[in-house]
Design a protein around this ligand. Structure first.
Ligand code: FE
Length: 181
């Protein structure tokens, strides 16, 4: 009788420990899944910040076919072919789609790449960066934060003081002369 009672107690204890561990594991799992629940995953900040959302048809009405292909469809103009790769006038470069200030001639330099190159944007607030894994490479794509226009890519082989090279398609830019609004 005693033996049975001891066995029962041991079994009951083991079951209790097992249940406690199982519950603990479930609780841990629950708290993990809560941490990773969809509601906690940050939304695409760029998409939510983008202020201009036009359809492709609307963009096509205001852009040339080349500008549309590059700025709206992530195209690239051939090296040494763009309007601004060898352009040295003082002024600023704005987004060809929405007119947002992007780059100043003060930070433009000759990178030898064949595309207009800058070592800094006018404001980090006006641009957005995304990981681009196309063409079997990992690059950082540069877009206009205001309208999502594709501008080009950023590389870390630029000159000081930033060490960055903002390599931009001429077709994504519009030039505004110094002192012109
Ligand atoms: Fe824009």
């Amino acid at each position: 009788m005693i033996k049975v009672t001891l066995t029962t107690v041991i079994l009951a204890a083991l079951i209790l420990i097992g249940l406690t561990q199982l519950q603990g594991g479930e609780m841990e799992k629950n708290s993990k899944s809560e941490k990773n629940s969809v509601k906690d995953i940050p939304k695409d900040s760029v998409m939510s910040e983008k202020k201009i959302n036009k359809t492709d048809d609307e963009w096509q009405c205001s852009l040339t076919p080349e500008q549309f292909r590059i700025a709206r469809q992530k195209g690239t103009e051939p090296a040494f072919s763009g309007l601004f790769y060898n352009f040295k006038e003082p002024g600023r470069y704005v987004c060809v789609c929405c007119g947002s200030d992007l780059f100043s001639s003060d930070t433009k330099y000759e990178s030898g790449s064949g595309w207009p190159s800058f070592w800094a944007p006018i404001s980090d607030e006006n641009i957005a960066m995304h990981t681009d894994t196309s063409l079997a490479m990992v690059r950082t794509e540069l877009t206009c934060r205001n309208c999502g226009a594709h501008l080009g890519h950023v590389f870390d082989d630029g000159p000081q003081p930033t060490g960055q090279r903002y390599c931009v398609n001429s077709a994504s830019l519009k030039f505004i002369k110094k002192d012109e609004k």
